[in-house]
Design a protein around this ligand. Sequence first.
Ligand code: MSP
Length: 471
Amino acid sequence: MKESYITTAIPYVNGNPHLGHAMDYLLADTLRRYMMSQGKTVRLQVGTDEHGNKIFKKAAELGISTQDFVDQNSQHFQDFIHSLGVEYTDFVRTTDADHMRRCQEIWRRLSDHIYKNSYEGWYCEGCESFVTDKEHDENSGICPDHKKPYVKLSEENYYLRISDFKDQIRTAIESDEFKITPSFRKKEFLNLLKDMPDVSISRPKDQVSWGIPVPDDDSQVMYVWIDALSNYITVLGYPDRDISDFWPADVQIVGKDILRFHAGIWPAMLLGLGLPLPHNLVAHGFITVNGEKMSKSIGNVIAPEEILAKHGLTPFRYYFLRHASPVDDADFTWDKYEASYNELANDLGNLVQRLATLCKKNGITHVYAKRDAYHTGKFDQRMQNFEFNVAFDLVWSDIMELNKRIDSEKPWAVAKEDLAKAQVILSNLVDDLLYANTYLKIFLPDAAAQIESIFTADQIEPPATPMFPKH
Ligand code: MSP
């Protein structure tokens, strides 16, 4: 039986993990936990993109070997992913021997759609990509993402004939067989696809040495995107193994800046290999800081480690999963973060503390969940539309409802008159909290595990320190 498969973009290892990368991982992890809650077996790939000039140059600047540099940085990413509480099944590195060999085999299998040509055009070293003359002019000759001037390059390259597949790609996107979310990005991409030229998929070796050699041509190295995109299937063992138990991917998660590679070049490669297209491609927005794009030159980069160090993991996940839209740009400020922390402490932390204290006082022991129903239709619908923040709001409204019920049902006052009645009220509250907790688990696994252990213990005890203490 086919298993579910979710993929994430593999970051370049020339810099440190940042908030943008965190977004890829948190969304993928949330989706994975959701699918698992539905009884599915889910494979989740993560990894690092380790070839290309940017990386080669950075290692040289630091005076260490490129291999040592990528080894160290790939490890940083691996540690970072763990620090976010993200559980994955596969970690792929594009410098893995297996990946490199499989990538060359993929190239061979695409050879009917590959031709050699000379090309002159504008190139951004930051994007590792040529841009059209139109784009060059619109941006006044400077890449808006990297703030670097485009350089004119002229060279002999291999090309992938995207035109062989354009119609098929368009039809698949239009019919949602290959569904792009959000729909405004789908529209944007369909416009772009009209003028999409064949893409250069190699660079001369004397220009780029740190890359996978083109099979049977020593003078050329594979373009970093062909190498990187292949990771989604090389990690499954393609073409050595039959990957139909996993491929096509259910969901591929990427940032909006790299949608075009995943919606254009990647499908062309898949069709050229005779493989099916993924079911969903989800493009998330960018994380900004104080409303501005994070950038080293502005000096407004906030390292995720700094945020994690402030209040730990649960408040981090809470902020980025509830207060950041998965598809629009989302802003981070310390003020908003503190407000979000206080909300978490007041709504959830207090609820747990109050309810556990009342249970202890009134002799409530183990409570058995009375429901076996799991998700409501609304929640599923939001999750399936990748509106994770809205789905999370639904869970939160249940938590708020429980707070209101404690206030209005006043079990402490009832207990003075009728202990048995107070016990029924408290049991129901605990039961409903445990029910909401089955959803909460998808977003905040650590908090949910703590809540479960408190309220399913033989003796309910409030946590010695509140879950989200006031600082
Ligand atoms: N190596 C390529 C991806 C290859 S996938 C086959 C790459 N790497 S990256 O390090 O630049 O970006 C990795 C991911 O982080 C991408 O999904 C990208 O969109 C995302 N982000 C990078 N900066 C971001 C923000 N400021 N905010 C949100 N996500 C952003 O592209």
